[in-house]
Design a protein around this ligand. Structure first.
Ligand SMILES: *[C@@H]1O[C@H](CO)[C@@H](O)[C@H](O)[C@H]1NC(C)=O
Ligand SMILES: *[C@@H]1O[C@H](CO)[C@@H](O)[C@H](O)[C@H]1NC(C)=O
Ligand SMILES: *[C@@H]1O[C@H](CO)[C@@H](O)[C@H](O)[C@H]1NC(C)=O
Ligand SMILES: *[C@@H]1O[C@H](CO)[C@@H](O)[C@H](O)[C@H]1NC(C)=O
Ligand SMILES: *[C@@H]1O[C@H](CO)[C@@H](O)[C@H](O)[C@H]1NC(C)=O
Ligand SMILES: *[C@@H]1O[C@H](CO)[C@@H](O)[C@H](O)[C@H]1NC(C)=O
Ligand SMILES: *[C@@H]1O[C@H](CO)[C@@H](O)[C@H](O)[C@H]1NC(C)=O
Ligand SMILES: *[C@@H]1O[C@H](CO)[C@@H](O)[C@H](O)[C@H]1NC(C)=O
Ligand SMILES: *[C@@H]1O[C@H](CO)[C@@H](O)[C@H](O)[C@H]1NC(C)=O
Ligand SMILES: *[C@@H]1O[C@H](CO)[C@@H](O)[C@H](O)[C@H]1NC(C)=O
Ligand SMILES: *[C@@H]1O[C@H](CO)[C@@H](O)[C@H](O)[C@H]1NC(C)=O
Length: 374
């Protein structure tokens, strides 16, 4: 190697080192720049940031900001409920140590800056209750440490991208109340720790991918108020031992209500406003933790199972607007926590059991449009 070559290589090495050094050396000053850029880009109608987010005050003491204890960098940004307006500034993508971002309950509009995809340490994202639009793009797949993703009550469009499968640590996904369409992707099966899945009040269609019934960590599943169809598996809880709430109401599901007795931990079951037919499953009486049972507005027929009286925690029982026949179960008063009882618009006959008078907590009783007497 000639001296020149050596010198050149050495210079190149130093140059490359300086470039990468400059990129790596991000410190609290970087975070301060990013946050000041944030402050200047949004509208803060209550002047919450004006006196706090100033350079005479350490960033870690700014309102809504928390830092890691050693090697201080901004790790938590909680600016929920501040009345902020504007777009989410792309500079947030420079808060490279951020673990938790909560901008919920503001008036942020427009779409997410793709710079957020750089925040690879994020575990908690809450952008709910804003006016965000646009799509959930595939760069979300880079946020693979996220445990909690809440984008509910925005105006998001597009489909749920299959790349969401990269968020394999996800425990809580809430996309309720948006304008998301398309199918629920099969890739959802990659969420082996998912506990809460909320996709209600969107425009999802197709059937629920069967893999969902194998995510044994699930505690709450809501896909209510979409355009979903298809039937449910016969033993819906065989691999869902922890399920506490199942909300499928307001879709186009059909076929029979599955044998639900295995869902031992179920507290809320909402299947109303679908096209379920057949009868109420006999073994519903074994769901002893059940507190709310909504089966109204379907095509159910047959009798109300006598075992309903085992549901001692039941507070709301609504089977109105079906085609149920036979009598009101005589010992319904054993459901002593009943507050609302809707049996209206069926073909129930016989007399109204006197024991109903023992339901001391009852505030709503709808028995109209039946053939009841007494
Ligand atoms: C952050 O790094 C810059 C150089 O990149 C330096 O000028 C500044 O003093 C550092 N700030 C802190 C708080 O260490
Ligand atoms: C954010 O980082 C980018 C590079 O990733 C840089 O160009 C920009 O100046 C930074 N902005 C702020 C406000 O620090
Ligand atoms: C920083 O300066 C602002 C005015 O620019 C003042 O309102 C605020 O009280 C000062 N904060 C501290 C911690 O000194
Ligand atoms: C975000 O802030 C809101 C309002 O303060 C709070 O209710 C919510 O629980 C926070 N989100 C998370 C994920 O902690
Ligand atoms: C959502 O978008 C619809 C039109 O697509 C619009 O009418 C509505 O006002 C928007 N809502 C919000 C909260 O931005
Ligand atoms: C998803 O993860 C795979 C494998 O870890 C990776 O190759 C891919 O780039 C990731 N996708 C996104 C959008 O980050
Ligand atoms: C669910 O898990 C069971 C048992 O592990 C397996 O037999 C079945 O094929 C799985 N179903 C789906 C749709 O993956
Ligand atoms: C329920 O509806 C399905 C079609 O969705 C039909 O095939 C089946 O015979 C019906 N069952 C009963 C008991 O009415
Ligand atoms: C209700 O059930 C009766 C007897 O099974 C049947 O004749 C009638 O068509 C059903 N009504 C509706 C609206 O499904
Ligand atoms: C109630 O209706 C069923 C047919 O659905 C009938 O067999 C029964 O006799 C009726 N009972 C009374 C008390 O009218
Ligand atoms: C109401 O409950 C009491 C005590 O459990 C019982 O003795 C009585 O028979 C019940 N009344 C009716 C009408 O079932």
């Amino acid at each position: 190697m000639t001296k020149f070559h050596f010198l050149f290589s050495a210079l190149m090495f130093i140059h490359n080192f300086m470039v990468s050094y400059a990129m790596i050396v991000r410190n609290l000053t970087t975070d301060q720049h990013a946050l000041l850029a944030f402050k200047h880009q949004i509208i803060d109608p209550h002047n919450i940031l004006a006196n706090s987010w100033t350079t005479n005050n350490s960033v870690c003491n700014w309102v809504g900001v928390s830092c890691a204890a050693k090697d201080p960098r901004v790790t938590v940004l909680d600016l929920s409920n501040m009345g902020f307006t504007g777009t989410i500034p792309p500079q947030l993508g420079n808060l490279s140590f951020l673990v938790s971002l909560n901008l919920s309950h503001n008036n942020f509009h427009d779409h997410f800056p793709r710079e957020l995809g750089r925040l690879s340490r994020l575990k908690l994202i809450d952008l709910s209750f804003n006016f965000l639009n646009g799509e959930i793009l595939s760069w979300f797949g880079r946020l693979d440490k996220v445990l909690h993703l809440n984008l509910r009550n925005n105006n998001l469009t597009g489909v749920i991208p299959p790349s969401i499968a990269n968020l394999s640590n996800l425990e809580n996904l809430d996309l309720n109340h948006n304008l998301i369409h398309g199918n629920i992707p099969h890739e959802i099966s990659k969420f082996l720790n998912l506990r809460i899945l909320r996709l209600a009040s969107n425009q999802l269609s197709g059937s629920i991918p069967a893999v969902i019934y194998n995510i044994s960590s699930l505690r709450m599943t809501s896909v209510a108020s979409n355009n979903l169809c298809g039937s449910l598996p016969k033993h819906i809880c065989r691999h869902l031992p922890n399920l506490e709430a199942l909300y499928l109401d307001g879709n186009d599901f059909s076929g029979q209500i599955p044998s639900i007795g295995e869902c031992k931990n179920l507290q809320g079951l909402q299947l109303s406003s679908n096209r379920f037919n057949g009868s109420i499953p006999r073994n519903i009486g074994s769901l002893t933790k059940l507190r709310t049972l909504f089966l109204y507005d379907s095509n159910l027929e047959g009798e109300i199972p006598q075992d309903i009286r085992n549901l001692q925690k039941l507070e709301i029982f609504d089977v109105g607007r079906n085609n149920l026949s036979g009598q009101i179960p005589l010992r319904i008063d054993e459901c002593m926590n009943l507050e609302k009882l809707y049996l209206d618009a069926n073909r129930l006959n016989g007399s109204i059991p006197k024991s109903i008078g023992n339901l001391t907590r009852l505030t709503y009783l709808y028995l109209g449009e039946n053939n009841l007497k007494g």
